[in-house]
Design a protein around this ligand. Structure first.
Ligand SMILES: *[C@@H]1O[C@H](CO)[C@@H](O)[C@H](O)[C@H]1NC(C)=O
Ligand SMILES: *[C@@H]1O[C@H](CO)[C@@H](O)[C@H](O)[C@H]1NC(C)=O
Ligand SMILES: *[C@@H]1O[C@H](CO)[C@@H](O)[C@H](O)[C@H]1NC(C)=O
Ligand SMILES: *[C@@H]1O[C@H](CO)[C@@H](O)[C@H](O)[C@H]1NC(C)=O
Length: 365
């Protein structure tokens, strides 16, 4: 079994003691700082690496590791190249499965760079300056085993073309994507988690339609004016905060009976945009409607556990939104109810609320 490599930092454990000693010695001599990258010009950085390899006797391992990167023997399939001002993706040897290239100055990736690295499972490229026009058409297309691709915090205006179909986790958040082609996610039947937050998307059409395994869709901070159409049936987390959505289509949740976490905070929802009972679906666990323009509390299922309605314009406390009848066995499972920053106060909550909302410890008004 290959040890599972840590994501963000080279492993301190298992790092050969001799290297640590060398580093400590150099530190004591005031020659280098441990925080590599920023303060080095490319040349200094390379010469530092060369020196280190020589001192540490890394010859055996460095044969198949680019000079710019670290390939610690404890993680034989991982290659660490993050935070070192790289402007080009180094050569990735074919035995590497995990490549960490985050926090560099990469603006593009040429076709062919990963062609020999067909064992790659994770490619981590967040916090670079990747520009869609500088990414080759087939950069990723041969990576049949690719499972996770992290491209968040770049300057992408498009989803890279010809992504491998087997990806399960695709992160494209914090880019400048304004349009998604209908072919972008075609055939990605194993994609479970799709991050598109903080882009410029206004309308996505039906691009998610074939994503049979998708369970989590994050589209916070875009410019959506409506809830995306044709969402796959399995989605159970849907994050749409900070958009311009004014309504939820009637029957939306009956079409998506698997939805458990639905977040619509910071949108433009009004009572008119919410058909009656649109949220009365027994599978829903969390509903966030805070920071909208609602005047009434929408009807919710008794099974709902968390309801966020703060910062709306709610004027009355309607117990019937939670319980149509109240008795020993029928009551709401709600645990968290926030109603602060509305136009009601504690005295607007009727005494019977205690029977219906018996699991709510404290109503924030
Ligand atoms: C890919 O691997 C082959 C065979 O090991 C080698 O000849 C070739 O130079 C490699 N390609 C790149 C881009 O390094
Ligand atoms: C999805 O995963 C299954 C099981 O790991 C695999 O057999 C199948 O080929 C994958 N589908 C795609 C499109 O890669
Ligand atoms: C919500 O749905 C349940 C189950 O379908 C139903 O019994 C209940 O009357 C509905 N609540 C309201 C207020 O429509
Ligand atoms: C409420 O409880 C009564 C009996 O206590 C039961 O017949 C009825 O189905 C329950 N209603 C709901 C909506 O659960």
């Amino acid at each position: 079994m290959t040890p599972f490599p840590p994501i963000f930092f080279p492993p301190p454990l298992g790092f050969p003691a001799v290297i640590m000693q060398t580093a400590v010695l150099l530190l004591l001599m005031g020659i280098v700082e441990l925080s590599i990258g920023q303060r080095y010009s490319q040349f200094q950085w390379l010469s530092h690496l060369r020196g280190r390899r020589r001192h540490a006797g890394w010859q055996a391992d460095s044969v198949d590791c680019p000079l710019e990167c670290d390939c610690p023997p404890a993680y034989p399939t991982a290659m660490y190249c993050h935070s070192r001002n790289l402007q080009h993706v180094p050569y990735v040897p074919s035995h590497i499965k995990y490549v960490y290239l985050q926090r560099n100055q990469l603006t593009g990736i040429q076709d062919g760079v990963f062609d020999n690295a067909t064992n790659l499972v994770w490619v981590v490229l967040f916090h670079n300056q990747l520009n869609s026009d500088k990414i080759g058409k087939n950069v990723f297309s041969k990576l049949k085993n690719l499972d996770r691709l992290f491209l968040d915090h770049n300057e992408l205006t498009r989803v890279p073309p010809n992504l491998p179909k087997g990806i399960t986790d695709l992160r494209l958040g914090h880019n400048k994507i304004s349009k998604i082609l209908s072919s972008s996610f075609e055939g990605m039947t194993n994609l479970t988690s799709l991050h598109l937050q903080a882009n410029d998307l206004e309308d996505v059409g039906g691009v998610f339609k074939g994503l049979k395994s998708l369970t989590m869709l994050d589209m916070r901070k875009n410019k959506l004016q409506k809830v995306p159409d044709n969402l796959p049936e399995r989605v159970h987390q849907l994050y749409l905060e900070f958009n311009s959505i004014a309504s939820v289509p009637s029957g939306f949740l009956s079409v998506h009976p698997k939805l458990q976490f639905f977040r619509l905070a910071h949108n433009k929802l009004t009572d008119k945009g919410l058909p009656s009972s649109v949220f009365n679906i027994s599978t829903l666990v969390e509903l966030d409607l805070s920071f909208n323009k609602l005047e009434r509390i929408p009807v919710v299922s008794r099974n709902l556990e968390n309801l966020y309605l703060q910062a709306n314009k709610i004027k009355e406390f309607s117990l019937s939104s939670f319980c149509s009848t109240v008795d020993m066995t029928n009551f709401s499972k709600l645990k968290m109810l926030r109603l602060d920053a509305n136009q009601i106060s504690a005295k607007d909550i009727p005494a019977e609320a205690a029977y219906c909302l018996r699991r709510v410890a404290f109503i924030d008004v």
